[in-house]
Design a protein around this ligand. Structure first.
Ligand code: SF4
Length: 492
C-alpha cells in the first residue's frame, strides 16, 4: 500500500501557506517552511510498519500546482493524507474533489484542528473519504492504513460515510492511549528535512530542524489557541527526556546546527532538568543550539535559565498576548501583567534571547488598550529584556472557546473561512481592520528604538551574528508587508 502525506500547492497572492506546526495559520510574504513534526512521525511509523511512503510537501518544494498534480497522479497513492487549517479548508475541498475525479480508487483523509472541530462539514462539502480528528496524525494514520489493508478496527476519532452514504464515526478520539515513547526516531531523509532547514527566520544557525518532545502544552487552555482543540492541557504528554535526546543526537549526526523544540510549551521540572543534564553530559550543547516555546511564568528560578543556557538553549518564545489584565483573564492565559517584565528579565539574565508574541483586535480591547500592549513591547525592547517579537491579529478559530464566545455574542464579522488568516479582523471590535493592521505594524516598529539597534550592533561577535541580524531585518520588512493595507485576494 502506498501512502502519501501531501501538502498540495496553495496559490494565493497573500503569500506562502504555512500549514504544518502552525497553531495559528499565516500566509508569509517571505517564504517560510516549517517542518511538520507529527506528519513526519506518521511517515516514519508507516514506513516502519511496511507501507510505502511518499513525502509530498509541494509547498516546501515550491512546485507548481500542475507539476504537483502530475506527480501525484503518476504516483497513484492508495491513501492520501492532507493537513488543513481553517483558511485553507475550502481550497483543500476543491483539490480533494479534483484528485478523486482522477484517482477514484485512492482514499483521501484530511486532518487538522479545523476538521477536528467540524468533521462532518468536510464530508458534506468534498469527496474526502475520512476525516481524522485529534492531533495524533501518526498513530491514527497507521491505524487507518491497517484498517484499509488488514481490516483492523478503526480507533475512535474517524469520520467517514457508511455503506448507505450517511456520515458515521468511530467514536471519540483518545490520545491518552498513544505513548510517545513507542514512536520511532523520525526518518529525516524520508521526510526531506533539508527542505525546511534554511528558509525559516527563527534559525540563527543553519541547517536547522524541528523536534517536538511533548503534545503539546502543559497549560493548554488559552481560549484562542487552535491546538488546544486536539491537545487540551489536561491530556498533556511527553516523551522521555532520553528519547528526546536521541532525536537531538540523530539531528546532530545529520549536521544540524540549530533545533526548534516546538512543543506548545516545553516540559518543565524534572523532565527539563534531565534533558539539560543529558545535553551537557553527552556534549550535545557544544554541537547544537536549541530554541523552544515557554510560558512567561513557566520558569521561576534563575538557575534553571542558566542550566538551559549551559545546555545549549538560545531563543525562547513567550506568548505575551496583551498588556491588559482583562484580556489575559478573558483568554485564560493565567498570567498577571506584573509578572511579564520580571519573567522576561529573569530569562534574559540567564543568558537567553527572549521573543514575545502579542495580538491585536480582541473584541473587548479599545485602541487605548491595544496601544498599552505596544507601549509595553517598546519598553521591554528599550530595557533590553526581549530581542524579537511577533505581532498578529487575533483570530477565533472554529472549535476554540473564543470562537464559541464570538458566536454566542454575535461578534463575527464574517464566517468565510478564507478571512481567518490573521490579515484582517473577523471579530467585531472597537478597532477597524485598518486600525488593527496599523497597530500590528506599530508593534513591529516598536523594536526599532535607537537603544535596541545600538545594543544589537554592539553584540555582533561573528559572521553568524551579522547574517542573523540581516535575516531579521529582511523578516521585519516581510512582516510589515504582511500587514500592509493592500492584501491580494486568493487566486486559486
Ligand atoms: S500557552 Fe501557548 S501553546 Fe499553551 S495553550 Fe496558551 S497559546 Fe497555546
Amino acid at each position: 500500500m502506498k501512502i502519501s502525506i501531501s501538502y498540495p500547492p496553495l496559490v494565493s497572492k497573500k503569500g506562502v501557506a504555512c500549514l504544518g506546526q502552525n497553531r495559528q495559520f499565516q500566509w508569509f510574504n517571505i517564504p517560510t517552511y516549517i517542518y511538520p513534526v507529527i506528519p513526519a512521525y506518521a511517515a516514519t511509523l508507516l514506513e516502519k510498519n511496511g507501507y510505502e511512503v511518499m513525502w509530498d510537501d509541494a509547498i516546501a518544494e515550491e512546485l507548481s500546482y500542475a507539476d504537483w498534480k502530475k506527480r501525484i497522479l503518476d504516483e497513484k497513492p492508495d491513501l492520501i493524507a492532507i493537513e488543513t487549517k481553517t483558511p485553507t479548508v475550502k481550497m483543500h475541498w476543491k483539490i480533494i474533489d479534483e484528485l478523486k475525479a482522477e484517482l477514484p480508487q485512492a482514499k483521501i483523509v484530511i486532518m487538522g484542528d479545523h476538521v477536528t472541530a467540524r468533521p462532518e462539514e468536510t464530508l458534506e462539502n468534498s469527496k474526502a473519504d475520512f476525516v481524522l480528528t485529534g492531533g495524533d496524525f501518526d498513530f491514527m494514520l497507521l491505524n487507518l492504513a491497517n484498517h484499509l489493508s488488514k481490516s483492523d478496527p478503526l480507533e475512535g476519532g474517524f469520520h467517514f460515510r457508511d455503506a448507505n452514504g450517511a456520515i458515521a464515526d468511530s467514536g471519540s478520539s483518545d490520545i491518552s492511549k498513544h505513548d510517545l515513547d513507542t514512536l520511532p526516531l523520525i526518518d529525516r531523509d524520508l521526510t526531506k528535512w533539508k527542505l525546511y532547514a534554511y528558509k525559516n527566520g527563527n534559525f540563527k544557525y543553519t541547517p536547522g530542524a524541528y523536534m517536538m518532545s511533548a503534545r503539546d502544552c502543559w497549560w493548554g487552555r488559552c481560549t484562542f489557541c487552535a491546538w488546544t482543540i486536539f491537545f487540551p492541557g489536561k491530556k498533556f504528554r511527553t516523551m522521555s527526556a532520553e528519547k528526546a535526546l536521541a532525536e537531538v543526537e540523530n539531528l546532530i549526526s545529520l549536521g544540524v546546527k540549530e533545533i526548534m523544540e516546538d512543543s506548545g510549551s516545553l516540559p518543565v521540572g524534572k523532565w527539563l532538568e534531565e534533558f539539560c543534564q543529558g545535553m551537557i553530559e553527552k556534549g550535545f550543547n557544544k554541537k547544537v543550539t536549541i530554541s523552544c516555546n515557554m510560558r512567561i511564568t513557566g520558569i521561576k528560578r534563575l538557575e534553571t535559565w542558566k542550566l538551559m543556557k549551559k545546555a545549549g538553549f538560545r531563543f525562547i518564545l513567550f506568548g505575551l498576548e496583551s498588556a491588559n489584565q482583562e484580556t489575559l483573564d478573558r483568554i485564560d492565559k493565567h498570567l498577571r501583567v506584573e509578572e511579564i517584565e520580571p519573567g522576561l528579565r529573569l530569562c534574559k539574565a540567564g543568558g537567553l534571547e527572549p521573543h514575545i508574541t502579542t495580538m491585536i483586535g480582541y473584541p473587548w480591547e479599545t485602541k487605548e488598550m491595544a496601544e498599552k500592549t505596544i507601549s509595553l513591547a517598546k519598553s521591554l525592547f528599550k530595557k533590553g529584556y526581549v530581542d524579537t517579537l511577533q505581532g498578529t491579529i487575533v483570530i477565533p478559530y472554529p472549535g476554540t472557546p473564543l470562537y464559541r464566545y464570538c458566536d454566542e455574542k454575535d461578534l463575527l464579522l464574517t464566517r468565510d473561512y478564507e478571512n481567518f488568516d490573521q490579515r484582517e479582523m473577523v471579530m467585531k471590535s472597537p478597532l477597524s481592520s485598518g486600525d488593527a493592521k496599523g497597530l500590528v505594524q506599530d508593534l513591529y516598529k516598536a523594536f526599532a528604538s535607537p537603544q535596541f539597534i545600538m545594543r544589537k550592533l554592539i553584540s555582533i561577535r561573528s559572521l553568524d551574528d551579522v547574517k542573523f541580524i540581516a535575516k531579521a531585518g529582511h523578516k521585519w520588512i516581510g512582516k510589515i508587508m504582511d500587514y500592509s493595507q493592500k492584501d491580494g485576494k486568493d487566486c486559486q
